[in-house]
Design a protein around this ligand. Structure first.
Ligand SMILES: O=C(O)CCC(=O)C(=O)O
Length: 278
């Protein structure tokens, strides 16, 4: 829920500069250890269910549309310490277009140096939208539940500053990572913002610590959902701003030309932080 208190977590000028220049922003201790423990238990419950249903426990589990599975996941959609930075970057005509959790168990394989699966987000958008640099459109916030503060733990990897590049040079022999690539060293409780255009990848987990991360994708309300996003059942129990973020709107036209009813976030900002309501 948005309260005046949350304004203390607004995007700072320094954070804005970091995000604009590098395409990534790390907020350490975004989640308390107790919060991490509760989210981990919720995440483990999903993993156990998926294993019971036949998922391979040795392979990474990619599980989209996890928000309806536990109220703790829905509570992060407008999380007080993080959400003000989301509207600080994207503005108010936004919603959660996509969410997935990824659990990466130890691979049990020897360390190798194969080139990882580098990509920008959004698939065909990168081909069909004519512009250079590509438009930002969306970002993800990744909440790290497990400790990836050392390399080799299934880290999220990025090439800082590559969000303005349309292509990425990869090693032609499939060995090694692109120039400038680094593992993101995130402790449990860290929230990592990344621009959808940032060249990034998952990596194998050569450690004995299972990696657990929750990804929240925010984008403009005229972007389609990228997974089933069956969050409509949460609308009635959500306050108006969360309901906006969960995809509610008055009608289709309001995704393009929103009225105040479509975007209670704008109404709230107009009252409490007018410079962000423009
Ligand atoms: O699992 C990871 O570290 C990478 C996730 C990813 O590529 C994405 O969310 O687009």
């Amino acid at each position: 829920m948005q309260t005046l208190d949350n304004l203390q977590y607004q995007l700072t000028a320094e954070e804005k500069q970091t995000f604009n220049e590098t395409g990534i922003l790390m907020i350490e201790d975004a989640l308390s250890p107790e919060h991490v423990a509760a989210l981990t238990a919720a995440c483990d419950a999903i993993t156990e269910k998926k294993f019971a249903e036949g998922a391979d426990p040795k392979k990474a589990l990619f599980y989209p549309n996890f928000i309806p599975d536990n109220p703790l996941f829905a509570d992060l959609v407008d999380y007080e310490k993080i959400f003000p930075k989301v509207w600080g970057i994207l503005g108010w005509n936004i919603y959660l277009y996509h969410a997935h959790l990824i659990v990466t168990p130890p691979s049990g394989q020897p360390v190798d140096d194969k080139t990882f699966g580098w990509h920008q987000d959004s698939g065909r958008v990168n081909i069909e939208m004519e512009s250079h640099p590509r438009p930002r459109l969306s970002l993800k916030v990744a909440y790290f539940l497990s400790d990836t503060s050392e390399a080799g733990r299934g880290n999220f990897w990025v090439v800082p500053g590559s969000h303005l590049w349309d292509t990425l040079d990869r090693p032609s022999d499939g060995i090694g990572q692109p120039e400038g690539a680094v593992p993101v060293l995130a402790k449990p409780g860290t929230a990592v913002f990344f621009d959808r255009r940032l060249w990034h990848t998952a990596s194998p987990n050569w450690s004995d610590i299972t990696r657990k991360v929750l990804f929240y994708g925010y984008g403009y309300r005229w972007i389609r959902t990228k997974d089933d996003m069956t969050v409509q059942s949460l609308w009635d129990s959500s306050d108006p701003i969360r309901r906006q973020l969960l995809g509610w709107g008055v009608n289709a036209n309001g995704h393009y030309t929103p009225t105040d009813d479509d975007v209670p976030l704008r109404v709230w900002l107009r009252e409490n932080c007018p410079e962000a309501a423009v």
